[in-house]
Design a protein around this ligand. Structure first.
Ligand code: NAD
Length: 259
């Protein structure tokens, strides 16, 4: 198992925390060279450090905002020049936003779509092209969510961004299938990470924010599904070339309900 991804270059975005960190570390442990990307420099550096502790192939931290098109273009070129073409790309960076549709400002909608949707589009276009040009296959994993197929009054902007990620993943999968490049959409339900704690509530002031945060923690209950299990699902999706992967139990249930 230790060398399952030996000789491969794996790039993970949003690697500074939660699912992204667990994924970077798991790939490192499986023998891959890992590039840990986050907009937060310190947390990306920590993930690279952890990856080096468990893997011997090398791990690097990079500070990039995935929603910044120009920065991503430059970054993709630099990665190719310094490391070569990425074999596995995990577009995982994402932010949460909770609040009713009508209370969500245009600015908030844009912010969520910029990161959750455009960030994934930039990653797929730039690194997908490099994979296609090289002609030696590859795999792209996009972190969508169970929210992609489960309408919600609590998370309209977030759910919309994730439904778009699910669809773009399936379109790209169809396009790249003939070139030996796989594309997977991972759909976890609630996972124990920082995102629910840092999710902002649209239209709420500080006081209201606190109240809603408490309420949502109560609603969601115990978030005890570990990000390490999502990382395993991501690696399995690459190995088996799976298309849409519901991860947590409630994600599987909601996918069935949506059918
Ligand atoms: P997290 O908040 O713990 O980690 C997200 C990381 O992404 C953070 O380190 C953050 O700094 C980084 N990030 C945010 N915006 C970025 C940007 N513009 N550029 C680069 N990095 C950026 O959250 P997580 O739960 O690990 O989330 C990872 C992914 O999983 C997200 O796409 C999220 O929507 C998805 N997801 C999470 C859950 C859950 O319950 N935790 C469920 C389904 C899907």
């Amino acid at each position: 198992n230790g060398q399952r991804f030996g000789g491969q270059l794996v790039l993970v975005t949003g690697a500074g925390s939660g699912i992204g960190r667990a994924t970077a570390v798991a790939f490192a442990e499986a023998g891959a060279r890992v590039i840990a990307v986050d907009r937060d420099a310190e947390s990306a550096a920590r993930t690279a450090e952890l990856s080096r502790l468990v893997g011997a192939a090398g791990a690097w931290a990079e500070t990039v905002d995935v929603s910044d098109e120009t920065a991503m273009e430059k970054f993709a070129e630099r990665v190719r020049a310094e490391h070569g073409v990425v074999d596995v790309l995990v577009n995982n960076a994402g932010i949460g936003l909770s609040g009713s549709f009508l209370d969500t400002s245009a600015e908030d909608w844009r912010r969520v779509l910029d990161v959750n949707l455009w960030g994934v589009i930039h990653g797929c276009r730039l690194f997908g092209r490099q994979m296609a040009e090289r002609g030696q296959g590859g795999h792209i994993v996009n972190t969508a969510s169970a929210a992609a197929f489960q309408p919600s009054r609590l998370l309209p902007a977030y759910s919309t961004s994730k439904a778009a990620v699910l669809m773009l993943s399936e379109c790209l999968r169809a396009e790249l299938a003939g070139r030996g490049i796989g594309v997977s959409a991972i759909c976890p339900g609630l996972v124990n990470t920082g995102i629910t704690a840092t999710t902002r509530f649209a239209g709420a002031d500080a006081e209201e924010e606190k109240r809603l945060q408490k309420r949502s923690t109560r609603l969601y209950g115990l978030r005890n599904y570990p990000p390490e299990k999502v990382a395993e699902a991501i690696m399995r999706a690459v190995v088996r070339n799976e298309a849409v992967v519901p991860v947590t139990p409630e994600a599987r249930v909601s996918k069935l309900m949506a059918r």
